[in-house]
Design a protein around this ligand. Structure first.
Ligand SMILES: NC(=O)c1ccc[n+]([C@@H]2O[C@H](COP(=O)([O-])OP(=O)(O)OC[C@H]3O[C@@H](n4cnc5c(N)ncnc54)[C@H](O)[C@@H]3O)[C@@H](O)[C@H]2O)c1
Ligand SMILES: [Zn+2]
Ligand SMILES: [Zn+2]
Length: 383
């Protein structure tokens, strides 16, 4: 081994590995098994975090299922915890800091350079590849065999993780750290889609399709923005009730409604200036587009089936001058936006804790069942 290799690989270089526990997925659609693993000490640009809590996002559910990720893998991309060690080149993060882990980005492509890292040119490799993009290695092993542990640059379904400084966000110690993980994905996606992407302003009207963690975060953000009308469409009655408590001005049940577009327009009233789809269901997206007032905008964030096309009537769009755009992670620059979300929470304007159901780490499979059958909006595993 050359000296350069030794510096790159702290374990082979003789620095002690960290004993950890991780929930490993070994086959598509399988159950997670919590096992003993070894984590390397952080490299030059990396951070070792002791995980305090980790949210379950619908994207974890999709990646446990058909979305192709390398196996075996540790999923989890809404981790939060306390920094235990940092690499020699890390300047922004220190041991003892409370941190939220977020999506990873390369830091050097044109979109990273203009502070829009959620549109990083290397987003797929950085977040879904399972290994370090720099050299294809992974910081985790099980009985000497490699385990993919770079999911969203964190793989936080584990007692400890290795992230990069790039996707580690230092947050206030005034909020219980174990609950902050969902700010790293679901909540920043919903809130950011309203505040950063659609740029909803005072007096605007908003329709939000789907009231899961992303949709309900969008509701809270639309209230923060001062939207005059916030119309939610959601089949689950308890989610509709919560949407109304969090600021929705109307909550509609699409079940058995032959003309959801007309119902939203009536509640709008007249239509909405902004709409957000969190369902990924093509028919819902088609209905959402037709609710838009002239010059309106529809944001897409829900994961659609892989073969779905946009169900849009182009002439109808043209005569109203409406737009549609897919948004990733709420156009968030996490270093700026996550601390801002924490501040909204401290000010009582973003009560995202109301979306959370706590599970122990060993109940990870039950937490996935609860999010899949709709009984938990945002499960958070507490370590
Ligand atoms: N674009 C991104 O960056 C990004 C980030 C995070 C999550 N996501 C995706 O966003 C989506 C939402 O995430 P979530 O955690 O809120 O998921 P979720 O499954 O909890 O929420 C979806 C909601 O849509 C509702 N729904 C189902 N059919 C409906 C219909 N016909 N009309 C209206 N609502 C309907 C469901 O009852 C559910 O409450 C997921 O697909 C997730 O993968 C995208
Ligand atoms: Zn980039
Ligand atoms: Zn997510």
């Amino acid at each position: 081994m050359s000296i350069a290799d030794a510096l790159l690989d702290p374990v082979r270089a003789g620095r002690t590995a960290v004993a950890a526990r991780a929930a490993i997925l070994s086959e598509p659609g399988g159950r997670f098994v919590v096992e003993d693993v070894q984590l390397q000490q952080p490299r030059r640009d990396e951070v070792l975090v002791k995980v305090a809590g980790v949210g379950v996002c619908h994207t974890d559910v999709v990646c446990r299922g058909d979305f192709p990720v390398p196996l075996p893998i540790v999923l989890g991309h809404e981790g939060s915890g306390v920094v235990e060690a940092v690499g020699a080149g890390v300047t922004r993060v220190r041991p003892g800091d409370h941190v939220v882990l977020t999506f990873d980005s390369c830091g050097v492509c044109p979109n990273c350079a203009r502070s829009t890292p959620s549109y990083c040119y290397n987003f797929m490799a950085e977040n879904f590849g399972g290994v370090r993009v720099s050299d294809g290695s992974t910081p985790m092993s099980r009985k000497g065999d490699a385990v993919n542990a770079r999911f969203f640059g964190q793989s936080s379904f584990a007692s400890h993780l290795i992230a990069r400084e790039q996707n580690t966000i230092v947050v206030s110690k005034a909020v219980p750290i174990e609950l902050l993980g969902p700010l790293g994905c679901g909540i920043q996606t919903g809130a950011g889609s309203i505040l950063n992407s659609l740029k909803v302003h005072q007096g605007d009207s908003v329709a939000i399709f789907g009231a899961g963690a992303v949709g309900l975060s969008a509701v809270m953000a639309a209230k923060i923005a001062g939207a005059a009308a916030i119309v939610v469409v959601e089949p689950n009655p308890s989610r509709r009730a919560l949407a109304l408590e969090l600021g929705a001005t109307a909550a509609l049940d699409p079940t058995g409604d032959a003309d959801v577009t007309a119902s939203v327009k009536k509640a709008g009233p007249g239509g909405v200036s902004h709409a957000l789809d969190t369902t990924g269901i093509p028919a819902v997206i088609g209905a959402a587009l037709e609710t838009l007032l002239p010059n309106g905008m529809l944001g897409l964030v829900g994961m659609p089936p892989p073969d779905a096309s946009l169900p849009a009537n182009i002439l109808s769009m043209l005569v109203r001058g409406v737009g549609v755009k897919a948004y990733v992670e709420g156009d968030s620059d996490p270093e700026v936006f996550i601390p801002q979300l924490v501040q909204y929470h401290l000010d009582g304007r973003l009560p995202f804790d109301r979306l959370i159901t706590r599970f122990s780490f060993d109940q990870i499979n039950e937490a996935f069942d609860a999010t899949t059958n709709g009984t938990a909006i945002k499960p958070v595993l507490i370590l």
